[in-house]
Design a protein around this ligand. Structure first.
Ligand SMILES: Cc1cc2nc3c(=O)[nH]c(=O)nc-3n(C[C@H](O)[C@H](O)[C@H](O)COP(=O)(O)O)c2cc1C
Length: 210
């Protein structure tokens, strides 16, 4: 009887682990390496050790990527006509979340470890954090009658966000690689996108020691 209760409790806890919003600690907006050192160190690295990011590092990473850096709500990354259409989905071991830069939270989307579903390259699921950048067309309605411009601007805007991640990684001696080869259709279903396009992925963690 006791074993049965423990088993049911385990299934219940395992099923619900991660199935909730996460409040991030305040990002630390000072420090890091000087800009010229960061640019010297910016590179793609495709190995990931088992080291996790701390909650503060995750918060700093997301703020660096596309957080709010001014009182008028503008972001660390520029966007065409200030559309701010690039949403960041965060794949962790516990589940999939949407970064909310206003509340500084991760909004729960899907439970379970789905990192391996982002792309086909084997290193992706080894990274403790895998980001997926989505162009949210609801925020680009001014371009809705100019689809070429919409695609072009979303493509340029996502590049700034990815570069911010590269620069943060270089500053913190982390490893990262931007991914054009992502499972766009499957991810759109997983993320329940109604009016958006999966643009790029970007795993991030710490390099394997040589
Ligand atoms: C738009 C874009 C898509 C990319 N897609 C992939 C990818 O799917 N997989 C991968 O391993 N690297 C990918 N990369 C990383 C490039 O291979 C890498 O940036 C390039 O080799 C230059 O190396 P560096 O970043 O160290 O300067 C991509 C880079 C860019 C800019």
């Amino acid at each position: 009887m006791m074993k049965k209760i423990l088993f049911i409790a385990f299934v219940f806890i395992a099923g619900y682990a991660g199935a909730q919003n996460i409040t991030l600690p305040k990002p630390v907006k000072t420090g890091g390496k000087p800009l010229m050192n960061v640019l010297s160190d910016r590179q793609t690295i495709r190995t990931f050790s088992t080291q996790e990011l701390s909650q503060v590092q995750l918060s700093n990473l997301l703020w660096a990527a596309n957080g709010i850096n001014r009182t008028d709500g503008k972001r660390t990354a520029p966007s065409a006509s200030n559309c701010q259409e690039i949403d960041i989905y965060v794949f962790l071991k516990t589940g999939v979340y949407l970064y909310n830069p206003v509340a500084n939270t991760l909004e729960f989307i899907e439970k379970g470890d789905r990192r391996g579903e982002v792309g086909r390259q084997a290193f992706i699921e080894k990274a403790p954090v895998v980001l997926v950048f989505v162009a949210n067309w609801d925020k680009m309605t001014r371009y809705k009658n100019r689809p070429e411009d919409q695609q072009f601007y979303a493509g340029t805007d996502v590049g700034f966000v990815s570069q911010n991640v590269y620069l943060y990684a270089a500053s913190e001696n982390m490893s990262t690689v931007v991914l054009g080869m992502v499972n766009r259709d499957n991810l759109a279903k997983l993320l329940k996108l109604k009016n958006g396009k999966v643009m790029l992925g970007q795993p991030i963690g710490f390099p394997e020691k040589k």
